[in-house]
Design a protein around this ligand. Structure first.
Ligand code: IFM
Length: 708
């Protein structure tokens, strides 16, 4: 069984979208201070991160109550029971306000990455704060606030360090001082006359600078040095460089649905948190909840490679490259794992943390309090091909072989070697992969999971290509073996039905439909119980359909519609990874109403805490999936090879949306697209060859042109 299911409890939280005066902005999430029971969810929504450090959006007075305050990418700790999770570092956001202060509201401006707060307070009438985690200078955080009565800033630099049992840690140098801030930095004072808004006011200026390291002591000196540099710059310049950095990220990544402000805001909420969660240099491990919470212990799953990475490959390639660097640097452990299981090549772990060994928990507690084994660490092997796919994605969006011919090559070739040693040939020469778990974690230890086999065959073929590109005769011989094996791989496809059987024996299981259990998303394991569930056709998330989503060119021509008809009704969406992928596929098939409603479901997962799990952090894979549904599904763009010389665009846009507008980067070009039900505009900064809806092939010259 996989780890505890994502779907479960009823929604009890909704991020507000309008302010008290009724105004709204498609760039702003407004959160009125809610009941204490919603605080943990609000902290996830309002998390601020810079790719390296994440600070949950706890209230200033929440103090030690907050869960957790600050985490740093790749800084983990080992607990007494041997489990490994992200280390919680010292916080920087506490102010001495009385807990239970009268309720105010907070606004996360996603265009600038600034979280502001206004609350009725003391004799001054209001207290305002703003915070940011500088995108321009990672590791530097700023809090500006009206001076609370009686507050004594330390003026001194305080230093805190928090050591991990794994040898690493997080260091903080922090200072507070009081300064008369120029108007405009803090939000306007509600109800105050314009003349008073123009006054400078005595304010708290807090600057907090971090250093972190996964396996050595963090450097307090470096944190102090960062602090000195930030103090020398001052709050005005720090805010300005941060907002400029966010503006430049949105230049390449913005998405807008012109006829639907709420959907635009929900999509941007996803993109904002994706951009904030991934560093642009070095290595970037992206946990299932990014830097916004501790659920899944901050471990890295296929969520990163398959769901998050394509968005970055298409909008900010340095971050996608940093994510792959995380995998590249852990190839030695993946090679050891392959050898340790009697295979060759590289076997990436289902869950990983700092050092690239497998950290998947071996057991969990079910809803009856019984200890149940968790088998995903042993059996969910498709992660091996997913990593190769991610490397290929970066190359396909960038239109260059350089990464694959260089440092990325082993991610594809060594993973192919793993499959070559993992597959079993039967007496008829057909290749099988026995005893795995596919993306559908409701069925364990199955043989010939179609997704796993199709991805393994895809991986073998791509590995062969790279060997042929760069190798000599030994490599050509190995490539020939890879291709032969890929051709022999069974895929469960039936010519008669047009359906891929999810795994051997799936068709004979009890045909229960998801709607028999409730309205998806349904935690079918809780409704049916594990034993009955395993004997049923109910699936947790896209499995065969996941292959249609990721490697459409490898699937039998025309097979998507029939498989969607067959598998969608059997899908409980018991994982947050599920709705967006189905939305994407439905859009490709022109089933737009259903596609829109699953896209909405995906947006609701965090914004309404749909499954009761947002308190543990935001669902990064779902957020990446939302972008993929829009770009791959609705706009119909899916680069599959580095050497494709034409950008294929095949939009399917609902009438009610008006235009779906998006910025992407493709083959070193910056593109801006406007897709509607009956027209398409392609804007570009350099000439770009495009093929629209499989028909026109034309080279679009800057600044762009319309297609109708
Ligand atoms: O990786 C996912 C998996 O596909 C379903 N269960 C949750 C994991 C982490 O998000």
């Amino acid at each position: 069984m996989g780890e505890p299911t994502d779907a479960g409890s009823m929604p009890d939280s909704t991020a507000a979208t309008t302010r008290a005066d009724g105004s709204s902005s498609p760039w702003v999430i407004v959160v009125s201070d809610g009941p204490r029971s919603r605080r943990r969810v609000e902290e996830s929504w309002l998390c601020l991160a810079d790719g390296h450090f994440g600070t949950r959006g706890s209230l200033e007075e929440d103090g030690p109550d907050a869960a957790p305050a600050v985490v740093a990418a790749s800084v983990y700790e080992r607990h007494a029971d041997g489990t490994i999770s992200l280390l919680q570092g010292p916080g920087w956001t506490t102010l001495p306000l009385p807990a239970g202060s009268p309720s105010g509201s907070r606004e996360l401006d996603m265009s600038t990455g600034i979280l502001s707060r206004t609350l009725p307070y003391g004799s001054a009438g209001w207290l305002r704060t703003i915070r940011l985690s500088s995108l321009a200078r990672p590791g530097t955080m700023i809090l500006l606030a009206d001076l609370p009565p009686g507050y004594e800033p330390t003026g001194e630099v305080e230093v805190h360090a928090c050591a991990s049992t794994l040898g690493g840690g997080i260091a903080l140098a922090i200072s507070d001082y009081v300064e008369a801030l120029p108007p405009g930095l803090l939000p306007p004072m509600p109800g105050a006359p314009a003349s008073s808004q123009q006054c400078s006011r005595q304010s708290v200026v807090r600057i907090a600078c971090y250093d972190a390291a996964s396996s050595r002591r963090p450097s307090v000196t470096r944190a102090r040095r960062r602090l000195a540099a930030a103090r020398a710059l001052g709050p005005y310049a720090l805010v300005a460089e941060h907002t400029t950095a966010w503006a430049s990220r949105w230049e390449d990544a913005n998405v807008e649905i012109t006829g639907d402000e709420e959907l635009s805001r929900a999509v941007r909420f996803s993109l904002f948190h994706l951009m904030a969660s991934v560093a642009s240099r070095g290595e970037a491990p992206v946990g299932a909840r990014g830097l916004s919470g501790l659920a899944y212990a901050g471990h890295v799953f296929w969520d990163a490679d398959v769901f998050v990475l394509p968005f970055l490959a298409a909008t900010h390639p340095p971050s996608a490259r940093a994510m792959l660097e995380y995998r590249i640097r852990r190839l030695p452990q993946a090679r050891d794992a392959a050898i340790g299981s009697g295979r060759r090549g590289a076997r990436f772990p289902w869950e990983s943390a700092h050092d690239g060994t497998d950290v998947t928990p071996r057991s969990g507690i079910d809803e009856h309090g019984t200890v149940v084994p968790i088998l995903t660490g042993d059996l969910e092997e498709h992660i091996v091909a997913d990593v190769a796919w991610a490397a290929w994605q970066l190359a396909s969006w960038s239109g260059s072989w350089r990464f694959l011919d260089g440092p990325g090559g082993p991610l594809v070739v060594d993973t192919a070697r793993y499959w070559a040693s993992r597959a079993r040939l039967d007496a008829d020469g057909r290749a099988h992969i026995d005893h795995v778990i596919g993306p559908d974690e409701y069925h364990e230890g199955v043989d010939d999971d179609a997704f796993t086999n199709l991805m393994a065959a895809w991986n073998l073929r791509r590995g062969a290509e790279l060997l042929e590109r760069t190798g000599g005769s030994a490599e050509h011989a190995e490539a020939a073996r890879f291709k032969e094996l890929a051709g022999a791989m069974v895929d469960g496809y039936s010519q008669d039905s047009g359906i891929y059987e999810q795994f051997t024996g799936y068709a004979k299981l009890e045909a229960i439909m998801a709607t028999d259990l409730g309205t998806p998303p349904v935690a079918a394991d809780l409704v049916l119980g594990r034993e009955r569930l395993e004997q049923s056709q109910i699936i947790k998330q896209a499995d065969v359909l996941m292959a249609h989503h990721m490697i459409p060119a490898s699937m039998r021509a025309g097979s998507l519609a029939a498989n969607l008809d067959y598998y969608l009704p059997r899908t409980a969406h018991g994982s947050s990874l599920s709705p967006s992928v189905h939305s994407s596929l439905l859009a490709r098939c022109g089933r737009l109403d259903e596609a829109v409603s699953l896209l909405q479901l995906a947006c609701d997962i965090d914004l309404t805490d749909l499954t009761g799990s947002t308190a543990g952090g935001l669902h990064m894979a779902n957020m990446g999936g939302i972008w993929q549904a829009l770009v791959i599904g609705f706009a119909g763009i899916q680069p599959e090879r580095p050497d494709e010389n034409t950008l294929r665009i095949d939009p399917h846009i609902p009438e009610q949306w008006g235009e779906l507008r998006m910025r992407i980067r493709w083959h070193n070009r910056r593109l801006s697209l406007r897709c509607s039900a009956d027209s398409l505009y392609v804007g570009c900064d350099r000439a770009v060859p495009v093929q629209v809806a499989g028909r026109h092939r034309i080279v679009v010259q800057p600044p762009g042109r319309w297609f109708r």
